[in-house]
Design a protein around this ligand. Structure first.
Ligand code: ZN
Length: 264
């Protein structure tokens, strides 16, 4: 992390995982800077090879690549909300009487899904012949998997299935290299009950899901209808606000009557 300047607005936040998967037990975070916002826009447009996780890493005190996916999306929502204070993250929804409402997302008021208190790392999975030590997937797993696969393949070619397999191998807590983990995973896959074990490893993220809720609640301002199933689709493209209400933007501008446009 780069050196903190006194002008930066750092906040201490809790994470949906309650820090159970990490050695660090606190997280400091600051709003994004202009350069980072530009990089995010390039990443979303596909004109930059940098991942969002790599772009935001100086804004968060915990290594972003170590974050679980649930914590990562929570951090992204925090950054979106606190970077653009005048353009709140909001959701339009219609009540059953077709009234249009706008729900402003307030991370302190929505019900964040917390990681089960039963989770501790590693999670031990016992099968008939095996005892596996596992962990939840991390944001950096795919980056590590792709790096490894491009190194071991002479022609640099690999499939998404290879990536998925390497990511799953990274969930095995062996204290050894990814090469070793992949060999161990291939051995499991060759077992008669291999498919069942793989499904169990894969379901870890469902059993211990945490992070932003997928559905939100709000009350209609006109008819007071209480909705509890407002879908909250937060994606990378939601990281910057879309200024669609032109009059909001125009109110920030002033036009001098005496100024002349430069002649062509
Ligand atoms: Zn209504």
């Amino acid at each position: 992390m780069s050196e903190k300047k006194s002008t930066e607005l750092w906040s201490s936040i809790s994470l949906p995982s309650k820090f159970k998967p990490y050695t660090q037990k606190e997280c400091k975070i600051r709003p994004l800077k202009v350069g980072e916002v530009r990089q995010i826009q390039s990443s979303i447009d596909g004109t930059s090879g940098l991942s969002i996780a790599e772009i935001i890493r100086d804004a968060v005190s915990i290594p972003v690549l170590d974050l679980t996916h649930g914590d990562f999306w929570f951090v992204l929502a925090w950054l979106r909300i606190n970077t653009y204070r005048n353009y709140p993250l909001s959701l339009e929804w219609k009540c059953k009487n077709k009234h249009t409402n706008s729900l402003v997302i307030d991370l302190t008021k929505i019900n964040i899904v917390e990681l089960s208190s039963e989770y501790s790392e590693p999670v031990i999975l016992k099968t008939e012949n095996r005892k596996l030590s596992l962990r939840l997937p991390r944001v950096g797993d795919e980056i590590l998997a792709r790096k490894y696969l491009s190194e071991i393949n002479d022609d640099g070619a690999f499939t998404q299935e290879d990536v998925d397999q390497a990511c799953q191998a990274l969930q095995l807590v062996t204290g050894q290299s990814l090469y070793h983990n992949l060999e161990a995973l291939k051995e499991i896959e060759a077992d008669p009950d291999g498919p069942e074990i793989i499904v169990k490893i894969d379901s870890l993220k469902t059993v211990f899901s945490h992070g932003l809720p997928r559905l939100l609640s709000d009350k209609c301002k006109e008819c007071k209808y209480q909705a509890s199933d407002i879908y909250f689709p937060f994606r990378f493209s939601d990281l910057t606000p879309r200024i669609t209400v032109i009059k909001d933007f125009r109110s920030d501008l002033s036009f001098s009557e005496t100024s002349e446009l430069p002649s062509k």
